[in-house]
Design a protein around this ligand. Structure first.
Ligand SMILES: [Zn+2]
Length: 337
């Protein structure tokens, strides 16, 4: 019987499968990479061969150029593929458009590397699909019992109320470029917000791509002030990357009201440090309940914990008699929290 460590093990390059000779989400260039999703810490350019969902491959090409790898292979969700006697399959992770968990199987042993995931609803991507497995590899970005995320809908309603309460102020919403920005916009549309939404130039290509994938983001316009009438931004929602709003660019808008959409906005000190007036707790990672409920639902015989607050989740497993260990993978600081 194969031991889990013989099928998948942490290495400095990332998770490595010795019998299949491939890496999952490598942090350094490798010969063969399987990629869970398009965030920059998981999907890097320079690998020789890349296998990922069609959306993740498109997103990598948008971000890095068509030459981000030498050969690419589309992984169709749910389809089983053979790599040197190892069976791999991709399953929705509910994190961002195209995001997938990767199941790796050999000799009756199945390990699921879930990448980043969440269980709460997201109108911009397919929902997380539980895959029974012997070893479940879970992220732990918000792996502490204090982290409990409200619904995205509830947070977006707070944003809409604020635009009504302060109709003269430009509402600047900081959101990561892949996933979060489009989710914020789509949530606004789903709540009936039908005014134009202004976006920073750094978001344009990915927003356009989401629209081509059937995610209707409505009337999006460039948030450019030069030569235009500043008045159009009064009470408007302007979405930009967090770095754009740290820049001089943001100070051109009328009486700006700083908002930021992130799971970290639950930590008041973080909101204060960033000068955020309206923190929106909208996370693309599972909170404590989502992480623990997922483990309980899957009932694996072993759990490996990575990305973030590993110890609390390892202890939670141990208290239930479930073997668990931290992977201590380095190089993953999610750009899309
Ligand atoms: Zn991510």
């Amino acid at each position: 019987m194969l031991r889990p460590e013989d099928l998948l093990r942490p290495t400095p390059e990332g998770l490595y499968c010795p019998p299949g000779d491939f890496h999952i989400d490598p942090v350094k260039p490798v010969a063969r990479a399987l990629i869970t999703h398009g965030h920059a810490d998981h999907a890097r350019p320079g690998n020789t061969a890349v296998m990922a969902t069609a959306e993740t491959l498109d997103i990598m090409a948008i971000r890095y150029g068509e030459d981000f790898c030498e050969t690419r292979q589309v992984a169709v969700i749910g389809e089983r593929l053979d790599i040197a006697g190892v069976t791999v399959s991709f399953h929705p992770a509910g994190h961002v458009l195209g995001s997938a968990q990767i199941a790796v199987e050999k000799g009756g042993l199945r390990i699921v590397a879930s990448g980043d995931y969440k269980r709460s609803s997201d109108p911009t991507c397919a929902g997380f699909e539980p895959v029974p497995c012997d070893v479940f590899i879970t992220e732990a970005t918000f792996g502490l019992p204090v982290f409990r995320h409200p619904t995205g809908q509830a947070e977006i309603i707070r944003l809409i109320r604020s635009t009504e309460q302060f109709p003269e102020r430009a509402h600047l919403v900081g959101a990561y470029a892949l996933g979060k920005a489009q989710r914020v916009i789509k949530l606004l549309r789903d709540e009936g917000y039908d005014r134009p939404i202004y976006i920073h130039g750094a978001l344009k290509k990915l927003c356009d791509y989401y629209q081509t994938q059937g995610i209707d983001l409505g009337d999006l316009r460039p948030a450019t002030v030069e030569g235009g009438d500043k008045g159009v931004f009064a009470g408007a929602v302007i979405v930009g990357t967090p770095s754009a709003f740290a820049d001089k660019w943001a100070r051109r808008f009328p009486d700006p009201l700083a908002c930021f959409a992130s799971g970290w906005m639950q930590v008041r000190q973080r909101a204060r440090q960033r000068g955020v007036e309206l923190p929106l707790i909208i996370s693309d990672h599972g909170d404590w309940d989502e992480l623990t409920e997922t483990i309980a639902e899957l009932g694996p015989s072993e759990v490996w914990v990575t990305h973030g607050r590993e110890e609390a989740l390892v202890r939670w497993c141990a208290l239930r008699g479930l073997p668990a260990r931290p992977l201590h993978l380095v190089g993953y600081e999610d750009e899309g929290d």
